[in-house]
Design a binder for this molecule. Structure first.
Ligand code: ADE
Length: 239
């Protein structure tokens, strides 16, 4: 999979070289490139933003550097991912969809966002997804791009050592994960649930499932009624 990042803060994305994506790059599974958006500016101050038409607070990112970056990098056939609080909520299902793509181009906006024509233009050339981490506002898309990357990359075939841990974990089954325990069996007066020491795999599986259900009902009842794949969020490429 190829991953491109367009940002005015390339250093913010340095963690991509560590941890999970770093390992995937080393193993040849990922081709990962971070690009400084200011490379596609032409004025002395390398300006990327301007005041909003119609007035209001803050600055909006000008479209030209994005357009030139798209031209140079070539976005055709890629999925352009634009982190924004107005986007489609990131879920495990969306991470799975993105993990099936050959190439993602992350557009990390700052200030009050990117001129909306950038999304419109990109969508005339290829698939575009505006993605939100949740109902809160970050200062820019970089942290969100890191989160999306980690959620996606760990799903790539051949990436995780233990494929079973992917199947059992939170959200893959639409439920929160059951609690985990390891040695010692007694710690500071707290015992591991005895069923886990029973060796009875049927009882253990039933207990874990019940724990997952109870936790989900208590903490995230919305998940028990959630429907999959909100297709209206996708912006299809023009054909
Ligand atoms: N950029 C700013 N806030 C964001 C959010 N909540 N999700 C994704 N990108 C963002």
């Amino acid at each position: 999979m190829r991953l491109d990042y367009l940002t005015i803060f390339p250093d913010y994305l340095a963690p991509l070289e560590l941890s999970l994506p770093g390992r995937a790059v080393a193993s040849g599974l990922l081709d990962l490139q971070v690009h400084d958006l200011r490379r596609w500016t032409h004025d002395r101050h390398r300006t990327v933003d301007d005041t909003p038409y119609g007035g209001g607070a803050g600055m909006v990112m000008r479209p030209e550097p994005w357009g030139e970056a798209f031209d140079d990098l070539g976005i055709e056939g890629a999925t352009v991912v634009v982190p924004t609080p107005s986007g489609r909520p990131l879920t495990q299902a969306l991470a799975r969809e993105l993990a099936a793509r050959e190439r993602l181009v992350f557009c990390c906006g700052r200030y009050e966002g990117i001129d909306q024509r950038v999304v419109e233009h990109a969508a005339s050339r290829t698939e575009v997804l505006e993605v939100s981490l949740g109902d809160y506002v970050l200062n820019g898309g970089e942290a969100a791009a890191l989160v999306v990357t980690e959620a996606v990359v760990r799903l790539l075939p051949g990436f995780m050592g233990n494929a079973a841990s992917l199947v059992e974990e939170s959200h893959e089954a639409g439920l929160l994960e059951y609690p985990g325990y390891t040695k010692p069996a007694t710690w500071r007066g707290l015992e591991v649930p005895p069923v886990l020491l029973s060796g009875d795999h049927g009882r253990i599986a039933a207990w874990r499932h019940e724990q997952a259900l109870t936790r989900t009902a208590e903490r995230r009842p919305d998940l028990l009624h959630a429907s999959a794949a909100p297709g209206e969020w996708a912006i299809e490429p023009a054909t």
